[in-house]
Ligand binder design. Structure first.
Ligand SMILES: Cc1cc2nc3c(=O)[nH]c(=O)nc-3n(C[C@H](O)[C@H](O)[C@H](O)COP(=O)(O)OP(=O)(O)OC[C@H]3O[C@@H](n4cnc5c(N)ncnc54)[C@H](O)[C@@H]3O)c2cc1C
Length: 454
């Protein structure tokens, strides 16, 4: 804690050094946002002193963690105690603070909600330069509840106390195949209740999988998808059809708990194929230490900066492409409608599914507590439509999500009008807290940051 206190002192000094009128921003080495901005010259807040796990209490199953600690480091600190955070987002460099303010999600979210729902207290540097401790029932409770989905526009969390859960050495998997999204949606509540983890992968309208995961003490054979084999492809090879699934039947695959947590990171779900990493020859030559989501993301950022893919498309006379990189949540019963729309209008595959249930009300991302939603994640590009706006498909998605009573995450691009935006993300609560915790607007406004890309 001594180190933490001196890091806070240093941070406050660097905050005070940023001239008034200059927006305060984080200077951070990694990011999992998908909004690429021009390089900003002004110095940001140096938060390099906030990347440690301060303590793990195995009795109370609580960890005290600095806000910029990556989940990779957090898991490395808790697994030796036989514990893990209740929800571990799949990408190794997502930080605890980033997942809480930017809504991470994973296959344990059906039981445990989103990462912010296992937070017991948060130390926050507010826009006004104060450091406060917010809990669900102290004088800063409104800030605590509005923090998720505020994307660092109400303050930065420097330290968080979070709950942990016990693990076993292995996770046994059942990839269950459905021949329609409707069948899959109808099975989610029942199958989710029988498993520790549940997520899904859609390869087409008639090829939909749910993957159930259960902790296991022993395993006869354990798979490894960090070498030549590729996790998402294994789903199509090792499945049981919904009809033949038996609660006590053998699993279709088994991973160590560590490898289960990072199963999607090695190939950034399936997005590594854009770099050739799924070609067996390139895969063999590609260093194991570089099969990581942060490496691929850096390559994408470089491509955006140099405009390489866009130039190649132009030379080859291909239409320009639109990034369609989004995660949305729809109520489980609307999942078939959303996927019908998606196959028809967007046509990308695979698509990731992750059922979730919020445990409480969080005003800036108002999911109904206890109701089952399904997160649908898709990350790729489609050709732009001649005569349409360059963001045509993204706008279609926003409209469809609103029509289906869903919500859209804000880590990527967004195109809402100001009015719609504040209706979906509770502008009244946000503006009240902005006034209280950032009266001089040192931090960006949420709409400006997430829609106007500032
Ligand atoms: C292709 C893609 C796929 C994704 N898939 C998943 C997924 O499957 N599961 C999942 O959980 N998430 C996923 N995400 C989203 C990711 O969880 C969020 O973008 C998250 O906010 C990233 O956290 P980070 O630590 O990398 O934060 P950054 O990218 O560095 O920052 C995200 C935002 O949070 C703010 N911020 C960062 N740290 C703090 C802090 N300590 N306090 C307050 N504000 C802070 C930053 O200012 C910024 O606005 C995906 C994102 C992409 C691009």
């Amino acid at each position: 804690m001594t180190g933490h206190h001196s890091a806070v002192e240093k941070l406050l000094a660097s905050y005070r050094a940023i001239p008034e009128g200059t927006p305060v921003r984080l200077a951070k080495r990694t990011s999992n946002l998908f909004r690429f901005r021009d390089e900003i010259q002004a110095p940001g807040l140096d938060v390099s002193g906030f990347d440690k796990v301060l303590s793990v209490d195995p009795e109370a199953r609580v960890a005290d963690v600095q806000g910029m600690t990556t989940y990779e480091d957090l898991v490395d600190a808790t697994l030796p105690y036989g514990l893990m955070p209740l929800v571990v987002p799949q990408l190794k460099t997502i930080t605890l603070g980033g997942a809480v303010t930017g809504l991470g999600i994973e296959s344990s979210s059906f039981h445990h909600g989103l990462p912010h729902e296992s937070v017991l207290e948060m130390e926050i540097l507010t826009g006004s330069g104060q450091v406060v401790v917010a809990t669900p029932d102290n004088e800063h409770r409104d800030l605590f509840y509005a923090f998720p989905n505020s994307y660092g526009t109400l303050g930065y969390t420097l330290r968080l106390k979070i709950r942990l859960q016990p693990v076993k050495p292995y996770v046994a998997l059942w990839h269950v195949r459905f021949s329609s999204a409707r069948e899959c949606a109808e099975a989610i509540d029942e199958l989710g209740a029988q498993a520790d983890f549940i997520d899904g992968t859609v390869f087409g309208g008639d090829e939909v999988y749910l993957t159930l995961g259960r902790f296991a003490d022993t395993a006869e054979r354990v798979s490894d998808y960090t070498g030549q084999d590729i996790y998402y492809r294994s789903i199509r090879d090792r499945y049981v059809t919904a009809r033949w699934l038996r609660p006590d039947g053998p699993p279709t695959d088994v991973l160590t708990t560590h490898d289960y947590l990072w199963r999607w990171d090695t190939d950034w779900f399936w997005c590594s194929r854009a770099f050739g990493v799924q070609n067996p020859l390139i895969r063999r030559a590609w260093p194991a230490s570089k099969k990581r989501s942060d490496v691929y993301r850096r390559l994408v950022a470089l491509d955006k900066r140099l405009q390489t893919s866009a130039r190649v498309d132009r030379w080859l006379g291909r239409p320009p492409r639109e990034d369609v990189i989004q995660d949305v949540e729809v109520p489980v019963e609307r999942l078939p409608d959303f996927l019908d729309f998606f196959h028809r209008e967007i046509g990308m595959s695979p698509v990731w599914l992750c059922p979730l249930r919020a445990q409480d009300k969080w005003p800036l991302y108002p999911l109904e507590p206890g109701r089952t939603y399904v997160n649908v994640g898709f990350w790729g590009t489609v050709p732009q439509k001649p005569g349409r706006l360059p963001e045509h498909h993204n706008r279609l998605i926003e409209r469809e999500v609103a029509r289906l009573d869903g919500h859209k995450s804000l880590y990527s691009t967004a195109f809402y009008t100001r009015e719609d935006f504040w209706r979906y993300y509770d502008g009244t609560t946000y503006q009240r807290l902005k006034e209280e915790y950032d009266p001089d607007r040192r931090l960006l406004d949420l709409y400006d940051k997430t829609v106007r890309g500032r």
